[in-house]
Design a binder for this molecule. Structure first.
Ligand code: ADP
Length: 433
């Protein structure tokens, strides 16, 4: 194993794993902190999917360090802390506190932070994150239910969270190419060694070529922190150096059979458009009512009864436009409402297994985490990509939900990813053998 990735949510983990698979690295994604007996198999990279984005910082640190120890015990030499390409976090964390703790545990004083993913319209220039043509703070992320992003200056955002000194690896430096950037990085490491806690540089990147340059220049750094894009550059650097060989069959999945469903708990702009598109095409859809959930009504059972009567593939959603989310959050606490909705989706997912559903398209990072946990899926094989950053995956539903392990196919979509017709497009793909 040449790379260990610690991801702060499940869809993000899938996203970075798919980047590694696409580059030809044999990759397994493990759900949650693995136990001592977990076997990753013969792979080049392991991605550990945590659900640590919005939990208290101390817990996020504890889980991330446990994941790091598991990887270290298996001789992994390099590490990658993966978070969202929109830098989803709050002034309390968890990107800064986790990065600080990982650096300290590894005894390294220098790292970078690079959420850029140009293929998905996330670019960084002079430390400012753009989503498409607008600054992060002008994008839909400003209304995110759990991690509203109201400042696009990532140096400032990260400095508010980290005890390290936060600086910039500027586009001027990146544009000079890998050889020159490697020298810059070496100088930065030498200077950072004089800092008590270390330095984290926000790394500018506006094209995939920039990610390649960064990957080659940072291939030997013990820890990088990034969105999924940088994985392309790092994987290419490892292959160029002969550290791994690219495998052409990395993306094949086993057949799962059964029915399909779409579950959507994301309230992001893209997901709202995807839900609208599904409903406009007259496909069956049922909205779960956040107020009824908060009121303790048996919403999951009602949804399952409705679903049992349907002949076609259905959408079950809590997705709502920003003004509705804002109104609900005024009425209830944001975190507890989000958790209650996730809990409801978890119950629904378990009930759907009993109704022979074996293919799940899920929208929302936290929502996907809740569904995957509810199904007892422990690791995912990464398959073909549906839209940038979103592959089909397969896992095993096991005890106590089913007596014998059964394969399920899962498309786990981070809120803002995917085209408007994403749900139908994912369902139409022939992904299994
Ligand atoms: P994304 O990937 O878009 O961030 P997530 O699933 O990670 O989506 O987060 C969305 C959060 O919003 C979840 O906790 C979900 O339960 C919650 N949520 C879903 N619908 C509503 C709603 N109508 N009002 C408030 N919160 C909601």
């Amino acid at each position: 194993m040449i790379l260990g990735v610690i991801a702060d949510d499940h869809t993000g983990a899938t996203d970075v794993a798919s980047m590694l698979v696409r580059s030809g690295l044999r990759t397994v994604q493990i759900i949650g902190v693995p136990c001592a007996s977990t076997d990753a198999g013969e792979v080049d990279a392991v991605v550990i999917a945590l659900k640590s984005r919005t939990i208290p910082p101390a817990e996020a640190i504890e889980q991330s360090l446990a994941a790091l120890r598991w990887l270290q015990q298996r001789g992994v030499p390099r590490f990658y802390f993966k978070y969202c390409s929109t830098f989803d976090s709050t002034p309390q964390g968890n990107i800064g506190p986790v990065a600080d703790a990982l650096m300290q545990a590894l005894g390294t004083h220098y790292s970078i932070a690079c959420p850029a993913f140009p293929e998905n319209q996330r670019t960084i220039f002079k430390g400012h994150l753009f989503v498409g043509d607008v600054l992060l703070s002008d994008s839909g992320m400003r209304n995110h239910p759990l991690t509203p992003m109201t400042d696009a200056n990532l140096v400032r955002v990260l400095q508010a969270q980290s005890r390290c000194k936060v600086g910039l690896l500027s586009h001027l430096q990146v544009a000079k190419g890998a050889v020159s950037l490697k020298q810059v990085v070496e100088q930065k490491i030498a200077t950072a060694n004089n800092e008590t806690l270390g330095v984290i540089d926000i790394a500018d990147a506006i094209t995939n070529d920039d990610l390649m340059v960064l990957g080659h220049a940072l291939a030997d750094v013990p820890l990088v922190t990034a969105g999924s894009g940088l994985a392309l550059g790092l994987a290419a650097a490892y292959i160029d150096r002969g550290l791994v060989k690219a495998d052409a069959h990395a993306a094949q999945l086993p057949a799962a059979g059964g029915k399909a469903v779409v579950i959507s708990g994301s309230c992001s702009v893209a997901t709202n458009a995807q839900v609208k598109h599904w409903i406009a095409s007259s496909k069956p859809a049922m909205k779960i009512d956040a107020r009824e959930i908060a009121g303790g009504q048996p919403v999951a059972q009602r949804v399952l009864d409705w679903h049992a009567q349907q002949k076609e593939t259905c959408l079950i959603y809590a997705t709502s436009p920003p003004e509705e989310v804002a109104a609900l959050q005024k009425e209830f606490s944001a975190n507890s409402l989000g958790e209650q909705i996730e809990h409801c989706f978890a119950d629904i997912a378990q009930g759907l297994i009993a109704q022979q559903v074996r293919r799940f398209v899920v929208a929302g990072g936290e929502t996907s985490g809740a569904v995957v946990n509810a199904l007892g899926v422990q690791s995912l094989k990464i398959g073909e990509t549906i839209d940038p950053g979103v592959p089909w995956t397969s896992g095993q539903v096991g005890k106590p939900l089913l007596d014998t392990a059964a394969p399920v196919l899962l498309a786990l979509k981070s809120g803002n990813f995917g085209t408007e017709d994403f749900f139908a497009k994912a369902l139409a793909m022939k992904v299994a053998q």
